[in-house]
Design a protein around this ligand. Structure first.
Ligand code: IMP
Length: 433
């Protein structure tokens, strides 16, 4: 039996992981966020109500589940409290069942100002970040100057270190970026009242997870962003600042690879990307309009229009290998309903040399062109279908082709935004390894 399941994105984020996590956590004891911060946006529809979570693990909507924000996550205490209060308005209370690692780096105002100032200075070369301070917060961690959640427990040293860091940031913000400075006293004034609210949640989450594993509890590891936004394996520099591929689970929680039983790669039935950077299958035609409108392809964190394109199986196969995926979950299949034909990119060609490129390096991206296989679309509705057998023949064909190309099974198919719009092809908790 598979107890510990990782759910991660195989594309550029926004694959629909939140809903899948929500569905699978129903049968689990723990749900764990291991990387990223409130740059993520996980949208869930429960009883026709839309709930968007950025930082709190999506699975916490189930009342018996314990949520962990592990050490790999960068945490804004303000965002955390905002989300806790938002959940309370939906009668979801997280008291005594949400724990935050004492080692998680904090995101504070100076990170956000630095993120914004940098993007502004980069002008047309900007990365298109979410402006949430994610990059600067991870830089502080690597530079070993970060304030971490555990530091909130000692007000005196917190204020001394905060003042030093603010001086360091203000020097760059003002002298180099010609940006407004931040005020250390205001940051401290706003931060102090948050401490009481989260004090009891601060724990050694690694130990909690080790105990849970020893007690045979089921754990869902909830990824944020997608594999090609990974700082090491993504389309650098157009990436986020964390490891959104499988390695992030291990470093971001303190749980070793032997304890991970099944790795589910969540893949949208087509592709989207927010922000700038390579996107070989990008479309600018009526199909783009179809995906945007029918798929509501607007960022849940920033509201930006997502770029859209056909499914990129070259990237997907790379993702299968990077993450050692056990199986796939195809989401938003219903968005393809009504398209006359459907394409899958199965290779990249260099437009100058006409060579087939296995995976482009940084300078090669601009010279590649996707090679497509084309399949007939379907005119029937797949929205809300719950059994594989009920899908139109052409839709099953499309799924089969994805399995053939990637050489791994499609175990779950999401056919709409609601929790219940889902096909479980196999029960992944019971698949033999
Ligand atoms: P950052 O994570 O805010 O630094 O943004 C870096 C890049 O990652 C930008 O292109 C963002 O649009 C993208 N990004 C960050 N988080 C998400 C996400 O949750 N979904 C999709 N794209 C994201």
């Amino acid at each position: 039996m598979n107890k510990n399941i990782v759910i991660l994105g195989t594309q550029w984020g926004d694959e629909g992981k939140g809903k899948v996590v929500d569905c699978l956590t129903k049968d689990s004891s723990y749900v764990v966020r291991y990387q990223g911060g409130h740059n993520a946006g996980h949208t869930l529809v429960v009883n026709d109500k839309k709930i968007i979570l950025h930082l709190i693990p999506s699975g916490l909507l189930h009342k018996n589940v314990i949520g962990i924000i592990a050490n790999g996550v960068v945490v804004s205490p303000f965002e955390l409290i905002k989300e806790i209060k938002m959940l309370e308005t939906h009668n979801i209370f997280v008291h005594k069942r949400l724990f935050i690692s004492n080692s998680s780096p904090l995101i504070l105002q100076y990170h956000i100002e630095m993120d914004i100032a940098r993007e502004k200075k980069l002008g047309i070369s900007a990365l298109g970040t979410t402006g949430r301070g994610i990059g600067p917060a991870y830089e502080d961690k690597i530079a070993r100057r970060a304030l971490r959640i555990g530091d909130l427990k000692n007000e005196k040293t917190l204020s001394i270190r905060l003042e030093k860091i603010v001086n360091y940031y203000n020097h760059q913000l003002v002298s180099f970026y010609k940006h407004k400075p931040v005020d250390y006293k205001i940051i401290l004034r706003d931060l102090l009242p948050t401490i009481d609210l989260i004090y009891d949640m601060i724990k050694d989450t690694t130990s909690i997870l080790h105990t849970a594993i020893q007690s045979n509890k089921k754990i869902i590891f909830e990824g944020a962003q997608g594999s090609f936004l990974d700082i090491d394996h993504g389309t650098y520099p157009y990436v986020t600042s964390s490891n959104s591929t499988i390695g992030g689970v291990i470093t971001g929680t303190g749980v070793g690879s032997k304890s991970l039983d099944y790795i589910l790669g969540v893949t949208k039935a087509y592709s989207t990307r927010v922000g700038y950077g390579p996107f070989p299958t990008e479309l600018f035609d009526d199909v783009d309009k179809h995906f945007s409108k029918k798929g509501h392809e607007f960022g849940s964190t920033t509201g930006r229009k997502r770029r859209t394109g056909w499914l990129d199986a070259v990237a997907l196969c790379r993702s299968v290998r990077i993450n050692s995926l056990s199986g796939l979950c195809i989401t938003k299949l219903d968005v393809l309903d009504g398209l006359h034909e459907i394409k899958i990119c199965t290779a990249y060609k260099n437009i100058n040399t006409l060579e087939i490129i296995s995976f482009p390096d940084i300078d090669e991206w601009k010279n590649i062109e996707p090679i497509y296989e084309t399949y007939p679309g379907w005119n029937k509705k797949t929205l809300g279908i719950k059994k594989l057998i009920d899908l139109p023949y052409e839709a099953r064909n499309y799924i089969n082709r994805i399995e053939e190309i990637t050489q791994i099974p499609v175990d779950i198919i999401s056919t709409g935004p609601d929790r219940s719009d889902i096909i479980f092809v196999r029960d992944i908790f019971f698949i033999k390894k």
